[in-house]
Design a binder for this molecule. Sequence first.
Ligand code: ZN
Length: 229
Amino acid sequence: MPPDVRKRRQHSRRMRQFLFLLHYYYQHLLTLPASVSLRWLLRSVEWETHEGIAIVDVSLHRDVDDRFRKNTIAALGLIKALDPRRFHRIQHEIKYIQNGEALRWASYDRSLLICHIDYGRIDDAGNEEFYLRQYASTLVHEATHGALYSRYIDYTFKLRTRIERLCHLEQKRFASKFDVLDRKWSKELVGEFDQQKYNSNWNATYSQRFKGTIARWRQSWRSRRSKRR
Ligand SMILES: [Zn+2]
């Protein structure tokens, strides 16, 4: 490559990096105190590390339900055996897999490289294999968000639909490794991209999110009480 072309490319890469950081920190200025508190919380609880990833359970169910810890290790093992390239991406982009009550089943937090999971939402009794495969595909989806951030592509209003489509596609590509002649696992595990689902998440007001979080906590609290009986 001629030196002037290489120089131009380096310059545009640096510019992209600078604009990404500027936009990212501007967007996340208000959530910075929450990230600092979460970091403190993560340091104050015990966790175990598997393949370089910390598995942290701060859910209300942690003392009555061990499925999150057990199935996270199993899901990571499944991805490693089936798809080493995507497993390596998970190791690179996710530092913590943290279980706790939340508005969504899974999400990714770039500031601390956390994949948040609300494992209590899953009732996998009698269908453990299906849910384990679905969980593994979710980890692939969330790590793809991380890989895009690593390429200085921020989750903006303009790009978010394309980003979610791409993560969904990666999740489905991984799930297709389970496909066999008489069963299309990828279709059952991941399905089609549902724009409506994302729109309702993005368009929710602060008050709706707050109410949704409280409702999820109450539901989890009730279920914990019934498991303890
Ligand atoms: Zn996503």
